[in-house]
Design a protein around this ligand. Structure first.
Ligand code: NDP
Ligand code: BG6
Length: 516
C-alpha cells in the first residue's frame, strides 16, 4: 500500500463532505462478483463526486493469492465495465494508490492480526488515525468466522482516542430463518456494539425508496388519507424478467421468499405502512419499522384460505425471446422444489391498517422488470356516476414507481371532453428523470457513504430482521415438510394463476405493474 500523496483536485478537501473521517475500507470477498459489479464502481463514483475522505484506502481481502497490482488492475476493469460514469484516468491514478490486497483465510486469526498490522502501518505512514469500515461480501457461510476474527484480533474494538473506530457492513442474506438470524445477531453482539453494525438491504439505498419517506411525511395531503378509512388495498410488486442466470447454486438454497420478500419487499412494506417517526434519527425510523412488522398477523397456510402462493417458472417467452424453465437452468437440481415466485396477502393488526389487505409479490422471469407500490383508494359511492356504459369510474390509485422509470402517478377519474358527460380514468405523472435528470447515484454509493459517516438510517437493525424472519419461518418450515411443488407459471407471465385467485377472494385484482 502506498502513501496518499499527489492527489487529484477531485480528492482535495473531500473530508468536509458529510464528515467522513479518514477511512480504510476492507472488503472481505473482494475478488467476487459484488465487489466488481457494485462496490468498486460505487467507491469510484463517490470519488468522482468528491465524497471520499482525503485519506482514503481500500484493502481487498480474500483467500486468493493476489498481488496488489493484479488486484488494482481487476478493480480498474470493474470501473471501466460497470461504473455509471466513464473512467477519469487522473482520478483513477490517485484513487488506485490507496488500493491493495491482503491474502488470507476467513477463519485464520493470524491473518486478521496481520491485517491489523497493515492498517497500523498505513496510519504511521500518513501520520493520522484511520477509521476502518469492514465490508463482509463473502457467501454467508463465512460471515460468522469473519465477525469472530474481527473480535479476536482486536480490529472490532479499534479506537481513535476514546471513540470506537471500526464499523462493519454485512451483506445479505442475513440468516436463512429465525434461528440462524438470531445466531448471527449473537455473534455480532459479542464483537460489536449495535451502532457499529450496518446490515445491508440495497433496496433502502435506492433513491425512490428513500423518497418514500419524503413523499409520505413532507407532504401534508397524504397523511390524512393514509389509513383504513380511505385505502382499499395496497399492492407491492417487485418483478424481474431475468431468471436465475449463473446463480443457481445460491438461489436454489434460497428461493424467492428468502431472496426478495423477507428483506427487500418487507422493507418497502415497512416504509409504506409505518407510523410517522418522531424524528429522522435512524433509531426513530427503525423503531417505527419494527412496530409495523410486529403488527403483521401470522400468515394462514390452510389450503382454501392460504395467504401464501408459490410458483416456479417454466419455459415461455420473455420480451419475445424463448426462456427456459427453472428446472432446466444450469445447476438447478432435478428434484428442486425451490420457488421462483411468491405472492402474499398480509394483514396489519393496528389502528391504521386493520382490514386493509397488503398484497405482495415477487418473482423471476415475469412479464417485465418493475418494482412499485400501488395504493388503491376506496371507490366513490356509486350515486352520481353509476351507469356503467356511460361512466368508466375506477378507484383512485397512487403508484410509487421504484424502478425502472422512477416516479409517481396518480390515477384519477376525469370527464372526457365532449357535449355529454362521460368519464375515464386518467393519470397525473411525475417522473424523476424528467425533473431531475437520469444519472442518479446507485444504491451502493449512498449506502457505503452512509456507513462511512455512521448513519444507520438506511440499514436494517437486528430486531427488524428477526421480526421479518419470525413471520416467514413457519412458512419455510411448512414448505420443507410438504411434498408439494410450487405451481408452474409461464416465463414472461405475471406468475401462477393462484396469485390472481388470491386477490379475487377479496374482490381485488393485480395492477399491471410497470404500466405507469
Ligand atoms: P461470490 O460468490 O462472488 O463470492 C465472493 C468471494 O467470496 C469470492 O470471490 C471468494 O473469494 C469468496 N468465497 C466464495 N465462496 C466462498 C466460500 N464458500 N467460503 C468462503 N469464501 C468464499 O459472492 P458475491 O460477490 O456475488 O456476493 C457477495 C455477498 O453479497 C453475498 O453474501 C451475496 O449474497 C451478497 N449479494 C450479492 C449480490 C450480487 O449481485 N452478487 C446482490 C446482493 C447481495 P476468495 O476465494 O478470494 O476468498
Ligand atoms: C438481490 C437478489 O438481492 O436483488 C437478486 O439476490 C435480485 O436475486 C436482486 O435479482 C434485485 O435487485 P435490483 O436492484 O436489480 O432490483
Amino acid at each position: 500500500m502506498k502513501e496518499s500523496t499527489d492527489r487529484h483536485p477531485f480528492l482535495e478537501g473531500l473530508s468536509s463532505h458529510r464528515g467522513a473521517s479518514p477511512t480504510v475500507i476492507v472488503i472481505f470477498g473482494a475478488s467476487g462478483d459484488l465487489t466488481a459489479r457494485k462496490l468498486m464502481p460505487a467507491l469510484y463514483n463517490l470519488g468522482v463526486d468528491n465524497l471520499l475522505p482525503a485519506d482514503f484506502f481500500f484493502i481487498g481481502y480474500g483467500r486468493s493469492e493476489l498481488a496488489d497490482d493484479a488486484f488494482r488492475y481487476s478493480m480498474l476493469e470493474a470501473v471501466e465495465k460497470f461504473s455509471r460514469r466513464p473512467l477519469d484516468q487522473n482520478l483513477w491514478e490517485n484513487l488506485s494508490k490507496g488500493i491493495g490486497f491482503h491474502a488470507g483465510g476467513y477463519d485464520d486469526t493470524e491473518s486478521f492480526v496481520r491485517l491489523r498490522g497493515t492498517i497500523e502501518e498505513i496510519e504511521k505512514s500518513i501520520g493520522r488515525d484511520l477509521q476502518v469500515v469492514f465490508y463482509i461480501s463473502t457467501p454467508p457461510s463465512a460471515f460468522s468466522s469473519i465477525l469472530t476474527n474481527l473480535g479476536t484480533s482486536g480490529l472490532a474494538q479499534r479506537r481513535t482516542g476514546t471513540k470506537l473506530a471500526s464499523k462493519v457492513v454485512i451483506e445479505k442474506p442475513f440468516g436463512h430463518d429465525l434461528v440462524s438470524a438470531r445466531e448471527l445477531n449473537d455473534v455480532i453482539c459479542q464483537n460489536f456494539a449495535e451502532n457499529q453494525v450496518f446490515r445491508i438491504d440495497h433496496y433502502l439505498g435506492k433513491e425512490t425508496v428513500q423518497s418514500l419517506l419524503v413523499q409520505r411525511f413532507a407532504n401534508s395531503i397524504f397523511e390524512p388519507i393514509w389509513n383504513r378509512r380511505y385505502i382499499e388495498c395496497i399492492q407491492i410488486t417487485v418483478s424481474e424478467s431475468i431468471g436465475v442466470g449463473s446463480r443457481a447454486g445460491y438461489y436454489d438454497q434460497s428461493g424467492a421468499l428468502r431472496d426478495m420478500i423477507q428483506n427487500h419487499v418487507m422493507q418497502l412494506l415497512a416504509l409504506t405502512a409505518m407510523e410517522p417517526p418522531v424524528s429522522l434519527d435512524p433509531e426513530a425510523i427503525r423503531d417505527e419499522k419494527v412496530k409495523v412488522l410486529k403488527a403483521i398477523q401470522p400468515l394462514c397456510m390452510e389450503a382454501e384460505t392460504s395467504d401464501v402462493i408459490r410458483g416456479r417458472y417454466v419455459e415461455g417467452l420473455v420480451d419475445g425471446e424463448k426462456a427456459i424453465g427453472y428446472l432446466e437452468e444450469d445447476g438447478v437440481p432435478e428434484k428442486s422444489t425451490t420457488e421462483t415466485f411468491v405472492g402474499l396477502r398480509l394483514s396489519i393488526n393496528n389502528w391504521r391498517w386493520k382490514g386493509v389487505p397488503f398484497y405482495l409479490r415477487s418473482g423471476k422471469r415475469m412479464a417485465r422488470r418493475a418494482s412499485e407500490i400501488a395504493v388503491q383508494f376506496k371507490c366513490p359511492p356509486g350515486i352520481l356516476f353509476s351507469e356503467k356504459d356511460k361512466f368508466d369510474v375506477g378507484p383512485n390509485v397512487m403508484v410509487l414507481r421504484i424502478q425502472p422509470d422512477e416516479g409517481l402517478a396518480l390515477v384519477l377519474n376525469s370527464k372526457v371532453p365532449g357535449l355529454e358527460t362521460r368519464t375515464q380514468p386518467v393519470k397525473m405523472n411525475f417522473g424523476y428523470s424528467t425533473t431531475f435528470g437520469s444519472n442518479t447515484p446507485e444504491a451502493y454509493e449512498r449506502l457505503i457513504l452512509d456507513a462511512m459517516v455512521g448513519d444507520g438510517t438506511l440499514f436494517i437493525r437486528g430486531d427488524e430482521t428477526e421480526a421479518s424472519w419470525k413471520l416467514f419461518t413457519p412458512i419455510l418450515d411448512e414448505w420443507t415438510k410438504s411434498d408439494q411443488v410450487p405451481e408452474d407459471y409461464l416465463s414472461g407471465s405475471w406468475g401462477p394463476e393462484a396469485a390472481d385467485a388470491l386477490l379475487k377472494q377479496n374482490g381485488h385484482e393485480w395492477r399491471i405493474a410497470g404500466s405507469g
